[in-house]
Structures are given as C-alpha cells and as structure tokens.
Design a protein around this ligand. Structure first.
Ligand SMILES: NC(=O)C1=CN([C@@H]2O[C@H](COP(=O)(O)OP(=O)(O)OC[C@H]3O[C@@H](n4cnc5c(N)ncnc54)[C@H](OP(=O)(O)O)[C@@H]3O)[C@@H](O)[C@H]2O)C=CC1
Ligand SMILES: CC(C)(CO)C(=O)C(=O)O
Length: 304
C-alpha cells in the first residue's frame, strides 16, 4: 500500500519503520516541509536501524491508500483538514492518539475516518526513538464511510501486531480515556512515574467513579470497580513509565489535557453532571500549562 504518515514523532517513526519493513511505499508528512526524512529507531530487541523516506510529496499524498495520523490530539484537526482536500475522497484516514474529541472536530470530513488507540510505547531519546513496549492497537470506524474498512486491521496486523478491529470503537476509546484521565494528570501533579500512583488509591477511585457516571450516560455500562481494576493493571504494567503528560510538563510542552480530562468534563456537562474531582485536576494541570506557556510568550524577543 501507499501510505503517508502524518506526525513523524515517537509513534509515527515506529509505524514508518514497520511499514517499510513490510514493503509498503511510505512517506512522512512533516510540520516543516522537507523532501526527505531520516530517522533512527531502536527496535524492541535493541537492534538499531536508520531509515530515509520521502517527505511532504503532494503527488504521493494524492495517490495514497491510507493517511495514518500519529499526532498529539490537539494537533490533529487542523493538520488533517489542511491535507484532506489533497487526498482521494475514498482514502481512509486513521487517527491514533490519546484523548478523545477529534472525531467530533472532523465531523464534516468526507473521507472514511478510522479511530485508533494503542498500548504500544515509544519514546524519543536524543536523536533516536526507542520502541519501548509492544502492545495492541484497537481500530474502528469514526464515521459512516469508515464502517467498510475492517480489512485495514488485517493489513496493519501484518505490519505492527496486534491490531484488532471493533465495529464500535467507542468503548475501547473510553477505556483508554479512563486510564489517561487517571494516570496522566496525577503523575503530572505528583511528579512521579506511573507506579508511584499506587500510593493514591482514594484519588484513583474518585476519578474512576466520575468517569463511570459519564460512561453510563454515554450508554457504556461499566462499573467503577471494573475501571479501577483496569487502571491499576495499567499502572502495574507501566510502573517505570514517565507518562506522556508528565514528560510534556517537564519539558514545558502543551499537554493533551483538553482532549483527556477536558473531553470527559465536556461530556459530563452535556449530561448535566458535576465532576468535582476531575474539574479540580483539569484546573491544576491547566494552571501549570498556562504558567509556562505564558512565560514562554513573555520571553524577550518573542515580538520580533
Ligand atoms: N509515544 C507513545 O508511546 C504513545 C503515544 N500515544 C499517543 O500518540 C500520539 C502521538 O504521540 P507521540 O508520537 O509520542 O508524539 P510526538 O510528539 O513524538 O509526535 C508528534 C509529531 O508530530 C509532529 N507534528 C506536530 N504538528 C504537526 C503538523 N501540523 N504536521 C506534521 N507534523 C506535525 C511533531 O513535530 P514537532 O515536535 O516538530 O512539533 C512530532 O514529531 C499522542 O496522542 C500520544 O498521546 C499513545 C500511546 C503510546
Ligand atoms: C498508558 C499511559 C498512561 C502510559 O504511560 C499513556 O498512555 C501515556 O503516558 O500517555
């Protein structure tokens, strides 16, 4: 297949490399246009590879069979909208990111839209990306046109297993959202690795009980106990991890909080629910983010 990967960061490079190794014709799409993109990846087994791929070719974009989007949630809508008119109308667009809300932002899209969440893990270290852990990528339709694309899961399963197709992907997205509503803001707040959250069971329970309320109203029936046990399982499995939100806060980068807790609060409001624990967490993270973003724009020279 001919595939363009939009967002060539940690996750994007893992996919680019896996797609290349399976013989797919790929290009990267970069924020700052370049003709080629060179990257270094450390595979799960510790072996290192360097790849050089084409980048930002409009003619290749116009012929592609899949646009794979591995951007941060807040980067997705604008970037996809700016590229969609260059794609064939039948070319599917697969979004893999943490958080929710982009599906709603892309409601007007004519192309088949597929949504994905993944438990693969990769991180940038210097000039290389390390594929830290293998996992499962759950994908499913994000609009009516996407419903016919279940075979995409088979293609991608051969590239970077495991890939599972869901006729209804929303439940998987909410489960991942729950994990991110707990682990991401709490680790950013307590400045600890994921495993450090074992010390805060009440806080975890309180967050999950509010998420369960919203999920119930969204038509997804799952008990608070079930959510807590799933979140604790992820905490155990990723105990050494520094969550993506804590990483963002540490390097003063915009976080995904608006698409994680922010999305939960938005859905809560739509159902007339008050979610005090999550509202407080959201405010705390936004305060941190605003502090450094305001400082950033106040830096000398920013008016030049
Ligand atoms: N990494 C992981 O292990 C996992 C990540 N996820 C989720 O996957 C998503 C991607 O994560 P990750 O790969 O870590 O993030 P990264 O920040 O590493 O990658 C995003 C990339 O997109 C680039 N980019 C930003 N805006 C544009 C644009 N308009 N056009 C083209 N490229 C652009 C960024 O470039 P620049 O930096 O120059 O702005 C960056 O290289 C996130 O939602 C994350 O939460 C989910 C599970 C695991
Ligand atoms: C699952 C978890 C919490 C792993 O760290 C993650 O998705 C993240 O850090 O964003």
């Amino acid at each position: 297949m001919n595939i363009t990967v939009l967002g060539c960061g940690a996750l994007g490079q893992v996919w680019l490399s896996a797609l290349l190794s399976q013989g797919h014709q790929v290009q990267g799409w970069l924020r700052v246009p370049q003709d080629t993109f060179v990257f270094n990846l450390v595979n799960l087994d510790g072996s290192k590879v360097q790849h050089r791929v084409q980048a930002n070719s409009l003619s290749q974009l116009a012929q592609c069979d899949l646009l794979l989007v591995t951007l941060k949630a807040w980067q997705v809508s604008n970037a996809v909208k700016s590229l969609a008119s260059h794609l064939r109308p039948t070319c599917p667009i697969l979004l893999i990111h943490n958080g929710m809300g982009t599906q709603e932002e892309l409601r007007q899209l004519q192309n088949p839209l597929l949504m994905g969440v993944t438990t693969h893990a990769a991180r940038r270290e210097g000039n290389q990306v390390i594929h830290v852990a293998s996992g499962t990528t759950h994908i499913g339709p994000g609009n009516k046109q996407g419903e016919a694309w279940s075979e995409m899961a088979d293609v991608l399963q051969a590239v970077l297993p495991d890939v599972a197709w869901h006729d209804t992907i929303r439940a998987a997205c909410w489960r991942k959202l729950t994990v991110n509503c707990v682990i991401n803001p709490l680790t950013a707040l307590y400045d600890c690795p994921n495993g450090g959250l074992k010390a805060f069971p009440e806080h975890i329970n309180a967050i999950c009980s509010e998420v369960a309320l919203v999920m119930e109203r969204e038509g997804l029936h799952i008990s608070q106990e079930n959510l807590v046990s799933y979140v604790n399982q992820v905490i155990d499995n990723t105990a050494e991890n520094i969550s993506s939100m804590l990483q963002d806060v540490r390097i003063q980068r915009h976080t995904e909080i608006d698409y994680i807790t922010g999305y939960l609060l938005q859905r809560g409001r739509a159902h007339g629910l008050s979610l005090p624990q999550n509202s407080q967490l959201y405010e705390q993270i936004k305060r941190k983010e605003n502090d450094y973003e305001r400082l950033g724009t106040d830096m000398p020279g920013s008016w030049n």
